[in-house]
Design a protein around this ligand. Structure first.
Ligand code: FE2
Ligand code: FE2
Length: 135
């Protein structure tokens, strides 16, 4: 069963960003499935790396739009992104060194952070970017 299900209330009203959010949700669901099936480190590691890499692609895309259109809430939004990357990277290090395992708590953290960030912080830019012609 999927940990997160996309629903229209998650839309930030920008097609490419919605697609990226959907892909992130899919990646978190895949990682969660692999964790629940008790998959080994060599299966989980690339899924975690892939999630981090794609998260960075996505954050860069949003931040590029903020810089381009001078979005007023840019500093606080970038800080949230940076804090998340730092936290997940620390988790990855611990996981690779073998002193941390992928748990339901970690999956809850990832899914809660993402849905809260999309529905709270990300949605705040919809009207601003839409009014600048980004759709
Ligand atoms: Fe986002
Ligand atoms: Fe964001």
């Amino acid at each position: 069963m999927a940990l997160i299900n996309w629903n229209p209330s998650y839309s930030v009203k920008i097609g490419e960003i919605d697609s990226q959010h959907q892909k992130l949700i899919t990646m978190i669901n895949e990682l969660n499935d692999a964790m629940l099936k008790g998959k080994a480190k060599d299966i989980l590691s690339p899924l975690i790396d892939g999630l981090i890499a794609y998260t960075q692609v996505h954050f860069s895309k949003e931040e590029m739009l903020f810089d381009k259109y001078k979005y007023p809430d840019t500093p606080a939004h970038k800080e949230e992104h940076a804090a998340f990357v730092k936290k997940v990277s620390e988790f990855r290090e611990g996981f690779k060194k073998g002193n941390m395992s992928l748990t339901i708590n970690i999956m809850d953290f990832l899914s809660n952070w993402l849905t809260k960030h999309i529905c709270g912080t990300d949605k705040k830019y919809s009207d601003f970017l839409n009014s600048n012609g980004v759709k």
